[in-house]
Design a protein around this ligand. Sequence first.
Ligand code: ADE
Length: 228
Amino acid sequence: MWQAQVFTLYPEFYPGPLSKGLYGKALAKNLWNLKVINIRDAAEDKHKTVDDTPYGGGSGMLIKADVLAKSLDKNKVKGEKIIYLSPKGKKFDQYYARELSKQKSVSLVCGHFEGVDERILSTRNIEEVSIGDYVLSGGETASFVIIDSVLRLLPGVLGNEYSKKEESFENGLLEYPQYTKPQIWEEKAVPEVLLSGDHNKIKHWRLSQSEAITRVRRPDLWQKYKKN
Ligand code: ADE
C-alpha cells in the first residue's frame, strides 16, 4: 500500500477529489491510504498559534518551526521522504512522480501564509518541491496534483482501458492526437492513415506527430529528446 501523509492547516480540503471514481475505489481496496494531519493540533498555547511574524520585517506570517517540527516528529514514518510544497522548490515532473510511486510513504507539508521558518527544512531533511512557475495560496492544491500523478502509476489503481505507455512524457515526448467516431465530424475527417489498418504506418505517423508537437510546444523537451 502506498501512503500519503499531508500536513495542513486545512484538513477539510481532504480527501476531496481523491475519494471519487477510480481513486476512491482504490482507496476502499487499500491500494493506497491518505492520512491528514492538522498542523494546528501540535500548537501548545491556548490560542493554538501556528504562525508568527518574520525576523527582519516584511509582510505576512510564517509557520513556526517548533510547531511544524512537533507535528512532523509525532507523525512521520521512519525513512519516508518529506516534501514541502513551495514555488521555490525543485520542479515536479513525471520522473519525480515515478520515484514517489516507488516509496511506501510520502509526507507532504502544505505551507500557508508567507511560508515556513527555513530551519525546519534542513533539520528535518525536507525537500522543497514546486509544481510549476506560478504562486498558489497554499500547498493543498499542489498536494492534490502530486498525489493524483502518483496514484495513477500504482499497480491496480487504473483499469486496463488506460494505457500509460503511450501518453505524454513516458517517452520524453508529448502525446500524438487521437480521434474517435464519427469518422467525419463538422466536415473534419479523421487522418486517413488511422483507417488504414497498417499498424507499422500508424506507429510511424504517431511518432512523427508526437515529435512535431513537442518541437513546437516544448523546445525544452525536444532538446532533451534529440540528445538521447
Ligand atoms: N505553494 C504555492 N505555490 C506553489 C507551487 N507553485 N508549487 C508548490 N507549492 C506551492
